[in-house]
Ligand binder design. Structure first.
Ligand SMILES: Cc1cc2nc3c(=O)[nH]c(=O)nc-3n(C[C@H](O)[C@H](O)[C@H](O)COP(=O)(O)OP(=O)(O)OC[C@H]3O[C@@H](n4cnc5c(N)ncnc54)[C@H](O)[C@@H]3O)c2cc1C
Length: 407
């Protein structure tokens, strides 16, 4: 089939120079491509996986049932996301999230969060809330001060680990939750029909955005007037501007040959991997009350995020986010224990591996160093390791970088 931009898909063919190539088709790459498309230049997105979306990964079934293997919740404070959803005509597809609680799992018992908190310690710490300052603080130091060290260790620490699916104690406190203006006319928290991947699906359909999936990029090098993008299958692409929106270790590899200093900075960003196993179970097989999710305390999983927030008539699902090093056998054993079902009761099992940044003290300086290397060039580094890990943080970064390249 001829390629809509260049007329051919023959391997090895050197395409005519593109305006913009985006490497990585997650929300970072696609929100950058969206800006390119709406401002006129268009973009070609190259994605290694067979599907676009990255961490926006909605597992869908022929029956119409779906569940999230990755991100699950957006908020009315996600202004960049909402702007794109409005352009893509997605606002009619917004779904509210049912108000079901998060629970904790300690010593094989599902418990409510308040039952595990020591409120005297919170009361005693409360006055410190007025003086607490997130700047220069780690998540553990900041939140221990507010709820007391024991409450942090027993309850809040594991809950905060469930947010980025890794121990978040050493994260800079400023990176976890952000105050942003809210769109009061929109649901406070929401998902979409078909799941959050509907956003990246719709972005990819925008006129001006072309994409190729199943194409892993290996390197980006300088050429006259732009960049050469070399794909794993031997094809070479040329572009005036390149935006790289892949996890930091991958970006470091892609840039190693021609941008060694930038590559070294990217290589200094710590990362953590999480294996997610999503399972679907017929409703009648489960006695567990409806939950938004279960947070594992001193367990091999950080959290099991449920689809009970968008109840289905027949099925329930849980995405278990496991700590690194948990064997496949242990993962299955734990899932069946927690849900109190037999393996044969699982209607479907899907696995996903994700690499996430693990920002530490000094992260802002690292991010600034990356920006110094790309300043004044037509090369852009995008992703969830600049402003923060949330979807909106990725979009904020992409929009800001698009503006920089325009200048
Ligand atoms: C389990 C989980 C739950 C989350 N929940 C929420 C939530 O509820 N709300 C929220 O706001 N945020 C949430 N987040 C965070 C948010 O989803 C992510 O930070 C964000 O989606 C990352 O987007 P990205 O495009 O930067 O990276 P990714 O989504 O990781 O995309 C990078 C893309 O690059 C591709 N790629 C990799 N190597 C190459 C290569 N060599 N060539 C071409 N392509 C390549 C990958 O296949 C991938 O598609 C969650 C994250 C996870 C993992």
């Amino acid at each position: 089939m001829p390629h809509p931009l260049n007329g051919t898909k023959t391997p090895g063919y050197n395409r005519a120079m593109q305006n913009v190539i985006v490497i990585g088709g997650g929300i970072s790459g696609l929100s950058f491509a969206y800006r390119c498309a709406t401002e006129g230049s268009g973009a070609l997105v190259l994605e290694a996986a067979p599907r676009l979306g990255g961490c926006l990964h909605s597992q869908r079934f022929e029956t119409g049932f779906w569940f999230e293997l990755g991100a699950h919740t957006c908020y009315n404070s996600y202004g960049g996301l909402i702007e794109m959803m409005e352009t893509c005509g997605l606002m009619e597809q917004l779904l509210p999230r049912a108000k079901v609680p998060f629970r904790l799992l300690r010593d094989e018992r599902v418990r409510s969060i308040p039952s595990e908190l020591n409120f005297f310690a919170i009361l005693a710490s409360l006055p410190r809330l007025f003086f607490a300052n997130k700047e220069e603080e780690s998540v553990e130091r900041y939140y221990s001060r507010i709820v007391g060290a024991k409450n942090y260790r027993r309850v809040l620490g594991p809950m905060l680990a469930a947010v980025p699916s890794q121990d978040a104690g050493e994260f800079p406190a400023t990176m976890l939750f952000k105050k942003r203006p809210r769109r009061k006319d929109i649901l406070r928290s929401f998902t979409l029909q078909g799941g959050l991947q509907s956003v990246t699906d719709a972005l990819a359909q925008q006129s001006g955005i072309e994409s190729e999936t199943g194409l892993s990029v290996q390197s980006v090098t300088r050429i006259d007037g732009g960049f050469c993008v070399q794909a794993e299958d031997g094809r070479r692409f040329e572009a005036r501007q390149v935006a790289i929106a892949v996890p930091p270790p991958v970006a470091a590899n892609i840039l190693a040959a021609d941008f060694p200093e930038l590559s070294a900075e990217l290589g200094r960003i710590a990362t953590s991997s999480v294996t997610t196993v999503g399972v679907v179970v017929a409703k009648e097989k489960l006695s567990l009350e409806p939950v938004a999710g279960i947070v594992g305390i001193e367990d091999c999983f950080y959290s099991a995020v449920s689809r009970d927030t968008v109840p289905d008539e027949h099925f329930r699902s849980f995405s278990f986010h496991f700590r690194p090093g948990t064997s496949p056998a242990k993962r299955m054993e734990r899932i069946t224990q927690v849900l109190a079902v037999a393996e044969s009761d699982l209607e479907s099992t899907t696995e996903r591996h994700t690499v996430l940044p693990s920002p530490r003290e000094g992260h802002a300086a690292l991010a600034a160093a990356i920006d110094e290397h790309t300043a004044g060039t037509q090369l852009s580094i995008l992703g969830n390791f600049f402003a923060g890990l949330a979807i909106e943080d990725c979009i904020t970064r992409s929009f800001a970088e698009f503006s920089r390249l325009q200048q």
